[in-house]
Design a protein around this ligand. Structure first.
Ligand SMILES: *Cc1c(COP(=O)(O)O)cnc(C)c1O
Length: 433
């Protein structure tokens, strides 16, 4: 690497925070020069196959001509305009698409900047709903352990109490009600015993519970766990029975990743509120949406405040909406289910057999998500360096090596990802013992 790159990386290390990374002893960051399709080109010369979709967000690959054009076209009209008192076609088109594609009870759309904010909005909607109905006692949120819903305060308070950040911020977090994490996985035999504690919690706390929030089918950051659709059906039924709003956090699962357009479809249920984010713009810009039923919107609007109390500066940013429209069109107009199925089948053939390695506790696949759970935690700095040497971009955490590549990945690129995982599994230095 030449001097210019060294200087850039020195500044980065010295002054820029990276996610969940120490500033005192930072893990190395790799300087990206360009990205195209499924390939990330580093300034140091390596080309890497992307196994991460930049954290669930890239759908059709990097530097896609259609998405680029959508941005350019919108930029030549206007890149941003306030959403208070003004509106625009990109937002209207996107609202139509989302109402059309999501389960049919969802009818009103609130745009915001990021997944965490979409969760804040969902929780505020639930609280304002009960407030407006004169039932302000219903002010607590119920959820399950092993969940992840974002890094802002209300979102943190519904993240897993152990792997989340509860100890550090305990004094300021809302006291949420936690059910055990779903234990029966999607391909296992269902037993109604799974619901005993959940039912007891609903029975005990429903009078003070505004909403139940959960990631449908896939608990992502909280363990990459794929749980049984009957669990989700039961949550829907309990929410109806005890008058608790059901919030589906589809920020990671929404728009195809699990093999269904929305993971709620696995259980054939419709939530009262749904959060979308991550791949909403195909991985181009930050944008999120919180959808709710007409009844929730109506109730909030007839309440004390006579409106929903939230309004981000960059609400429904036109560039983000324009690229989201283009990305959703690209997805819908292709045989995306066939494509996901192909990725899933190749994972079944190549990634599932990695189970036989000593260091592997479990392997699992759902849609275009492949997971290798190891017996020991990974040494992130070392394993990351090895992956780069092996020509792939995979970023494991804890005991989880997982891949969820962009849809446009081909067979040999998938094999390259799996081969790289296979290689590190026999390297002791990549794990902490
Ligand atoms: C990533 C994620 C969030 C938070 O989204 P950000 O855009 O990072 O704020 C919330 N919920 C789930 C399920 C997620 O995967």
């Amino acid at each position: 690497m030449n001097n210019k790159y060294t200087e850039l990386l020195d500044f980065d290390r010295e002054h820029l925070w990276h996610p969940y990374t120490s500033m005192a002893k930072p893990l190395p960051s790799y300087l990206v020069e360009s990205a195209q399709g499924v390939e990330i080109k580093l300034a140091s010369g390596e080309t890497l196959i992307d196994g991460m979709s930049s954290w669930w967000s890239v759908l059709h690959g990097y530097n896609h001509p259609v998405l680029n054009q959508a941005l350019l076209t919108q930029a030549q009209e206007f890149s941003h305009i306030m959403f208070g008192g003004l509106t625009h076609q990109p937002a209207i088109d996107l609202g139509k698409k989302l109402i059309d594609l999501t389960p049919n009870t969802l009818d009103k759309v609130f745009f915001s900047d990021s997944g965490s904010v979409a969760v804040e909005v969902a929780l505020k909607m639930a609280l304002q709903y009960w407030q407006s109905k004169g039932q302000a006692d219903k002010h607590r949120i119920m959820t399950v352990k092993n969940g992840y819903h974002g890094d802002t305060f209300a979102a943190m308070s519904v993240c897993d109490p152990v792997t989340g950040m509860h100890q550090i911020f305990e004094k300021v977090l809302m006291k949420s009600i936690f059910a055990p994490a779903p234990r029966i996985f999607i391909n296992e035999t269902w037993h109604d015993d799974e619901l005993i504690e959940l039912e007891a919690l609903f029975k005990k706390h429903h009078h003070e519970t505004a909403a139940f929030i959960i990631e449908p089918i896939v608990q992502g950051t909280g363990g990459m766990r794929f749980y049984h659709p009957n669990y989700l059906k039961a949550v829907r039924q309990l929410c109806d029975q005890y008058r608790v709003l059901f919030i589906a956090d589809e920020i990671a699962t929404g728009l195809g990743r699990t093999g269904k357009l929305f993971a709620c479809e696995w259980a054939d249920i419709s939530p009262d509120i749904m959060c979308l984010g991550k791949t909403l713009t195909g991985g181009y810009l930050t944008l999120a949406a919180t959808l709710c039923t007409a009844e929730i919107a109506q109730t909030i609007s007839e309440g004390e405040a006579s409106c929903f109390m939230h309004g981000p500066t960059y609400m429904a940013n036109p560039l983000a909406c324009a690229v989201a429209n283009a990305s959703i069109d690209l997805l819908i107009k292709q045989d995306w289910q066939g494509k996901i199925k192909k990725i899933e089948q190749q994972f079944q053939q190549e990634l599932i057999p990695l189970k036989q390695f000593d260091k592997v506790a479990n392997t699992r696949v759902l849609g275009s998500i492949g997971v290798v759970e190891t017996t020991h935690a990974v040494n992130v700095a070392i394993i990351q360096k090895r992956f780069v040497e092996l020509g792939v971009w995979i970023r494991p955490f804890g005991k989880l090596i997982y891949i969820m590549p962009p849809l446009v990945i081909n067979n040999s690129q998938i094999s390259q990802l799996v081969c790289a995982i296979k290689a590190v599994l026999s390297e002791d230095a990549c794990f902490i013992d």
